[in-house]
Write a protein that binds this ligand. Structure first.
Ligand code: AVI
Length: 312
């Protein structure tokens, strides 16, 4: 089976499993095909979506401290690199970085990132890797091995559940090896109004991003979702301390995938993403329980967002 066929099979299996649950759901990783990744980049520019610009401002404000934390001749391994916008801020801050490994599931997007980083940092060895960072995978064999720093910006860790976080932090420790380090960006808990606005923007870009998962299922596995019959909704789940994205069915309807049919009642939802918001205290215990030492916390004035410096 080719890689593409395998991916379509996985998408099909996940969809059948997810839409058969009482609370219908789809794994959020499927939001990010090339169209979804492009829409997500648009989200990061929206006035309501504060995480990206706050993170970049922290990286720039604390560039000297962060550079000191990273040390010279580092190899930066970035998980879910996307357009790698923050990486430029990080690489600018680094003292003579040696190599850069951008890892992303969207191959086309990664190729563009590779070209851009190559042009801006011609001295850097770049090893792009197409992979789902939640899977088990090895870094390239010929990669420089000392002084590796894992970079996981953008608060993507907020989209993982606790089991995924534990597995991911373990794999990251393995990748950076003994004496390796990690820099992780994470959105912090704050008032619900600010959060809802960030995930239900006035221009409707997040709605488009969310609905693209349905368009993708129509395109790639031949489903028959009528996009106008679903609406985007962003909700705060207090128990989970998470903003959730849902797609709300506007009518009673049936949607088909091959010989499976899924019934939707009017108002019923598909849960497509959780974006968990943590306190610094919670982050301290999660990292400690995963055998990382939290040595640095960089944050903005409002403590809206934090960048953690961790040592293996
Ligand atoms: C990628 N991730 C960190 C984003 C977030 O904020 O959870 C995804 C996103 N979903 C809607 N807007 C942004």
């Amino acid at each position: 089976m080719s890689t593409i066929d395998k991916q379509i099979q996985r998408l099909t299996d996940d969809t059948i499993a997810g839409l058969s649950l009482k609370q219908k759901s789809l794994p959020s990783q499927w939001l990010y095909d090339d169209v979804g990744s492009q829409l997500f980049e648009e989200i990061t520019q929206l006035p309501e979506y504060y995480p990206t610009r706050t993170e970049i401002a922290i990286l720039r404000n604390y560039d000297k401290e962060i550079s000191y934390f990273i040390g010279p001749n580092a190899t930066i391994v970035e998980y879910g690199a996307g357009a790698a916008v923050k990486t430029e801020a990080l690489l600018d801050a680094c003292h003579q970085p040696r190599a850069y490994v951008p890892i992303d599931i969207a191959g086309d997007f990664l190729a563009q990132t590779f070209m851009r980083i190559r042009l801006k940092f011609p001295f850097l060895n770049v090893y792009p890797l197409v992979a789902n960072f939640l899977d088990n995978f090895a870094l390239p064999d010929d990669l420089e091995s000392d002084s590796r720093v894992a970079f996981f910006p953008g608060s993507t860790i907020g989209n993982l559940n606790r089991k995924e976080i534990d597995r991911f932090l373990e794999q990251m420790r393995h990748h950076v090896q003994k004496n390796g380090k990690a820099i992780i960006g994470i959105d912090l808990r704050k008032d619900t109004r600010t959060l809802i606005a960030a995930y239900a923007d006035a221009a409707g870009v997040t709605a488009k991003f969310n609905k693209n998962i349905l368009a993708r299922l129509n395109r790639e596995v031949g489903m028959d979702f009528s996009l106008s019959q679903f609406e985007h909704s962003a909700r705060w789940n207090e128990e989970e301390s998470a903003i959730e994205m849902h797609l709300v069915s506007m009518t009673d309807q049936i949607v088909r995938l091959k010989d499976h049919s899924f019934h939707f009642e009017k108002g019923e939802t598909i849960h497509t993403e959780s974006s968990r918001k943590y306190t610094l205290q919670q982050l301290e215990s999660i990292t400690f329980e995963n055998n990382w030492s939290l040595t640095n916390v960089w944050t903005d004035e409002q403590q809206a967002y934090a960048i953690l410096g961790l040592k293996n």
